[in-house]
Design a protein around this ligand. Structure first.
Ligand code: G1P
Length: 289
């Protein structure tokens, strides 16, 4: 079995972000900041550090700020240069000409449909998918750890993290087979199982390395949980045809699609900073008594 390298990553960013209204009325939810960086940038940096070369954003109307964020800001750079200010803070995310690639998902038909919208750009190669709502903190980062594991086993490797049993109905859930270190064989997958019916409490935390054949399965546009075209259902059809493993990340996860998780991420990352950490810690300690 030859294991092809993972060079491309898909970022589904067409979602409306209704859970964060009014903040997300005129601004993409992926631009919400954790301390001083938008969520999307954490996901992009994770991908680039993991060796991804081609970024593919599946976007939609009202998401122009995302494109501007990864573009050159001529006025800003000229002004900063004239004032003798360092550009380091914005240079890290400047992409090569021609990248990122933006494709449109015209209708919100589900995560599977969003991924399928990138099929022409992905072509016949394995690819990663990162959901920017899920902020992962660790060293090496989550996708890098997954890529290293993928280079051993090939096929499909998806994140696998334990959640409380009462939370399993919010996520894609893995039926686990044999476990070997951080890798767990995946024997079945189910999207948002009804309370009490989950096969385990191993959820899929928005990190995927997939083989291109999943695109052909998505071609059928079959709908599943919530009437949406689910990536989980399409992936489930690859089990038995190709190697399929869950990978348990050694690091911390923040569900920034949820207000509580978003605030926790801000607090945790602020406390970890050298510049603002001490002041935030002193304030929190005083506030909490
Ligand atoms: C999506 C996926 C689900 C996954 C989750 C992670 O669900 O469909 O399998 O566990 O992201 O956040 P969504 O949050 O879009 O409903």
């Amino acid at each position: 079995m030859t294991i092809k390298p993972v060079r491309k990553a898909i970022f589904p960013v067409a979602g409306l972000g209704t859970r964060f209204l009014p903040a997300t009325k005129a601004m993409p939810k992926e631009m919400l900041t954790v301390v001083d960086k938008p969520l999307i940038q954490y996901a992009v940096e994770e991908a680039l550090e993991a060796g991804i070369e081609q970024l593919i954003f599946v976007t939609g109307r009202g998401k122009g700020a995302l494109e501007d964020h990864f573009d050159v800001s001529f006025e800003l750079e000229t002004t900063m240069r004239a004032r003798g200010k360092s550009l380091a803070v914005i240079e890290t995310i400047r992409q090569q000409p021609g990248s990122p690639v933006y494709v449109r998902q015209q209708e919100p038909l589900g995560l599977g449909h969003a991924v399928w919208c990138a099929r022409e750009i992905v072509g016949d190669e394995p690819f990663a998918v990162l959901l920017p709502d899920e902020l992962m903190v660790g060293s090496p980062n989550f996708l890098k750890q997954m890529v290293d594991a993928y280079q051993q086993v090939g096929g499909n490797v998806i994140g696998a993290l334990e959640v409380a049993p009462e939370e399993t109905n919010k996520y894609g859930i893995i039926s686990p087979g044999q476990r070997d270190g951080a890798l767990t064989e995946v024997t079945a997958l189910v999207e948002k199982p009804a309370a009490g019916s989950a096969p385990s409490n191993l959820m899929i935390p928005g990190r995927y390395i997939l083989q291109p054949e999943v695109m052909q399965i998505l071609d059928a546009k079959e709908t599943g949980a919530g009437g949406e075209i689910q990536l989980t259902d399409a992936m489930a059809k690859l089990i038995g045809r190709q190697p399929f493993h869950g990978f348990t990340f050694n690091g911390e996860r923040f569900d920034c699609g949820d207000k509580t998780g978003f605030i926790m991420a801000n607090l945790a990352l602020a406390l970890a900073r050298d510049d603002i950490g001490p002041a935030v810690r002193a304030f929190a300690q005083q506030r909490l008594g």
